[in-house]
Design a protein around this ligand. Structure first.
Ligand code: FAD
Length: 474
């Protein structure tokens, strides 16, 4: 039997949930131990998610800009990509830089980081099993830790579908981010935000991409008029979008993968260099030993918690992709701070009304709060105001004037309930609307706020002017 170590606050997983919880708990005066099984910190987001995907998207934009330079009277050599160098830049200059930053922050906050896989024995005890060369724990029994408080932030993993085992040329999003070459033919199964973002990135770098989506539209959940702008742009890049289709099977040889799908009652096969399956993710809650605790899961493996992230075991908290709310890094950050605060006795609570959702497509899409139909379903009388980027000088001078900003607000006192942006800079612009939704502001608050000119932020103010009945540039 291994020695038992006693710890105050233990955290499982060093992704956006876990490392932020560790920092906040330390700031609130706790002695924190963070257990991570991978040999890098930062979780999915920094290593194989948000950050590297945005780096590839950026590389695609740079390549497109070089190709489109003649539009602005600029003559360039025909642009070429050395994809090995692109991948090296993504890893060394972006991912490694960000993950080593997390390491530094944890050191600064005196967080004790242990590499190993945590498995719970009970509501107060866990074991850390070695996953790499370890000096300090036995390979058989691991290291046993008794904790006062535990925050679980073990994240999620990609879902596999029948006929598409992740292997060789059939890859998940991690494989899709780390392809050794730019595929000439690339099949993406699943037109959610991960699939569509990477489809666009590879199309910008020269791939012919086919998206196979099971539902009638890609990017389900976003308003139709937003999606149709992104669809038009994908089609312009040569992306084929096949909706209401079922991916049936795949077979591969050394050089290619054949993907068979059914649509409109007919089967068809596409031969591609790679097939990426992005049909969703499942929380990592199966192998944590939760059955030895009072922690309860729902049918999807999500941990049930109260609004502070506390599980049915009062000293165990769950945050991030294993907990309720959208599976997004910024939601994990927030839940991390709430849980660490709750452990420190603070009156914190999660509230998802102001959580923005962003899709880094061309153009970007971002939403927050309620859509018009969600508000109506709740029986709220709403109105909307929409301003197009075509009326915005900055968007026109960027040559990116597709898209719009829409405000969704109550008919009576014009309180802002939601916002939608599709267009240049949507991922940044949505923060203003998150503030408005979160702060229960009304359209007048935005209309009376002077926005700088010429900037992409003006359409938000213009939409507010429209809501008040005094439009300027439309
Ligand atoms: P994770 O980041 O998954 O981290 C969990 C960590 O726990 C991992 O490091 C894992 O090794 C460790 N772990 C698991 N089990 C154990 C154990 N038993 N013992 C020890 N360690 C363990 N979100 C956004 O907000 N914006 C984006 O643009 C975005 N883009 C994405 C792009 C892609 C391709 C993908 C796949 C995801 C993207 N996401 C994005 C989602 C985002 O990455 C996740 O929501 C976020 O990483 C969840 O954070 P987390 O802390 O819950 O878990």
């Amino acid at each position: 039997m291994a020695d038992v170590e006693k710890k105050e606050t233990v955290i499982i997983g060093a992704g956006p949930g876990g490392y932020v919880a560790a920092i906040r708990a330390s700031e609130l005066g706790q002695k924190v131990t963070l257990i991570e099984k991978s040999d890098t910190l930062g979780g999915v987001c920094l290593n194989v998610g948000c950050v590297p995907s945005k780096a590839l998207i950026q590389a695609g934009h740079r390549f497109q800009d070089a190709n489109d330079a003649s539009t602005y009277g600029i003559t360039t050599q025909p642009a070429t990509i050395d994809f090995k160098k692109t991948q090296e830049w993504k890893q060394k200059k972006v991912v490694d830089r960000m993950t080593s930053g997390v390491k530094m922050l944890l050191k600064k906050h005196k967080v004790d980081v242990i590499q190993g896989e945590a498995v719970l024995d009970s509501d107060t005890q866990l074991r850390v099993m070695p996953v790499g060369p370890q000096q300090f724990m036995s390979a058989d029994t691991g290291l046993t830790i008794q904790f006062d408080n535990l925050i679980i932030a073990s994240g999620s993993h990609p879902i596999e579908i029948p006929g598409f085992k992740f292997d060789g040329r059939v890859v998940d999003s991690t494989g899709g981010l780390n392809l050794p070459e730019i595929p000439k033919e690339f099949v993406v199964i699943g037109g959610g935000y991960v699939g569509t973002e990477l489809a666009g990135a590879y199309a910008n770098m020269g791939s012919h991409v086919t998206i196979i989506e099971g539902t009638p539209s890609i990017l389900a959940g976003f308003s139709k008029d937003m999606v149709s702008i992104v669809e038009k742009s994908l089609k312009k890049k040569g992306v084929d979008i096949i909706t209401s289709a079922t991916a049936k099977s795949s077979s591969q040889d050394a050089d290619s993968v054949s993907v068979t799908y059914e649509a409109d009652g007919k089967e068809a096969t596409i031969k591609a260099d790679y097939c990426m399956v992005t049909v969703g993710r499942r929380p990592n809650t199966d192998d944590l030993g939760l059955e030895y605790t009072k922690v309860k899961l729902d049918d999807h493996g999500i941990v049930q918690t109260d609004d502070q992230g506390r599980t049915d075991s009062p000293h165990i908290f769950a945050i991030g992709d294993i907990a309720s709310g959208p599976a997004l890094a910024h939601k994990a950050f927030f839940q991390a701070k709430v849980a660490a605060g709750a452990i420190a006795g603070k009156n914190t609570a999660n509230d998802y009304v102001g959580v923005p959702g962003v899709c880094f497509t061309d153009p970007e899409m971002a939403v927050v709060g309620l859509t018009q139909s969600q508000a109506k379903d709740k029986g709220i009388e709403v109105a909307t105001a929409k301003f197009p980027f075509a009326g915005n000088a900055r968007a026109v001078s960027l040559d990116e004037a597709e898209g719009f900003v829409r405000l969704i607000y109550t008919k009576d006192d014009k309180t802002i309930l939601g916002g939608e942006v599709v267009g240049p800079g949507a991922s940044d612009l949505i923060a203003e609307l998150s503030l408005a939704v979160n702060g229960r502001m009304n359209v007048e608050d935005i209309a009376l706020t002077i926005h700088p000119h010429p900037t992409l932020s003006e359409p938000i103010q213009e939409a507010a002017d429209i809501a008040l009945g005094f439009p300027t540039h439309i």
